[in-house]
Design a protein. Structure first.
Length: 259
């Protein structure tokens, strides 16, 4: 294995200490070093299949030092280990697909630095940026690297907000970028991400999102579950850039939905 893959694999395989059992959510109690190892193994297999290209970067960049950043990346690895153990197979599939994608994904914490904040200045909001710097509304039809910015609570399993599933949401955006399935319409991109986020939330007993920050409805998972179409919707996430028409959302004013 050439290039930057080998050092990354060595770091990915390093054991990560888990927090005390009592500090974890009930569903995370079974997560241990073996689960972390399975995440590393998934990444290893993906990297072996696509030498020096498939990179899921789980360590702090050199510019980020200190115990706070170290804790963020430890918690990130532990959260990914829980996703790898999810009872929902499509969540496990999402993690494997991101690890196998032909472009790199880098994770960064949202900090006091405004450069890490979402475009609206909200420090509590995760966001994923294409590394090529081009506008998102251009879409992407070729694999493009992704920088995933996450507020610390989104990877800290000791906080109730961890169950929000923001990590799952942003992994969908990362997958879309790194596979060249990044739709130019923000509504389509966010509906895809909220669909997977709601799938995760449902598996953990967390109330579902019905809209994207109140801007437009995101009832895709609810309708897909009701109509027995979850497999169909998930296939769009993993193999296409568009998304099915969901009558519960009302008409799409931009006509961007697949029908």
């Amino acid at each position: 294995m050439a290039g930057t893959a080998a050092p990354f694999l060595a770091r990915a395989l390093a054991p990560v200490p888990a927090p005390a059992r009592s500090a974890l959510p009930r569903r995370a109690h079974r997560m241990d070093r073996r689960a972390v190892g399975r995440v590393a193994a998934c990444i290893v297999l993906a990297s072996l299949a696509r030498p020096a290209r498939a990179l899921l970067m789980l360590d702090a960049p050199r510019a980020l030092t200190g115990s706070r950043h170290h804790a963020f990346y430890e918690q990130l690895r532990q959260s990914l280990a829980v996703l790898a153990e999810s009872p929902q197979p499509h969540v496990r599939q999402l993690l494997a697909a991101v690890a196998a994608a032909p472009a790199a994904v880098t994770f960064r914490p949202v900090t006091d630095d405004p450069a890490t904040w979402a475009s609206d200045g909200d420090r509590e909001r995760g966001h994923t940026q294409p590394v090529d710097g081009r506008p998102k509304n251009e879409g992407r039809t070729r694999p493009t690297g992704a920088d995933v910015y996450l507020p610390p609570w989104s990877v800290d399993m000791r906080t109730p907000r961890w169950h929000d599933g923001l990590l799952v949401h942003e992994l969908v955006h990362a997958l879309d970028l790194t596979t060249g399935h990044y739709h130019p319409d923000v509504r389509v991109r966010e509906r895809r991400a909220v669909f997977m986020q709601n799938l995760w939330r449902d598996s953990t007993g967390t109330p579902l999102h019905g809209s994207y920050h109140g801007e437009f409805p995101t009832l895709d998972y609810q309708e897909a579950k009701r109509e027995g179409r979850i497999e169909e919707y998930a296939a769009y996430v993993f193999h296409r850039s568009d998304f099915p028409h969901t009558p519960a959302n009302g008409p799409d004013p931009r006509g961007q939905e697949s029908r």
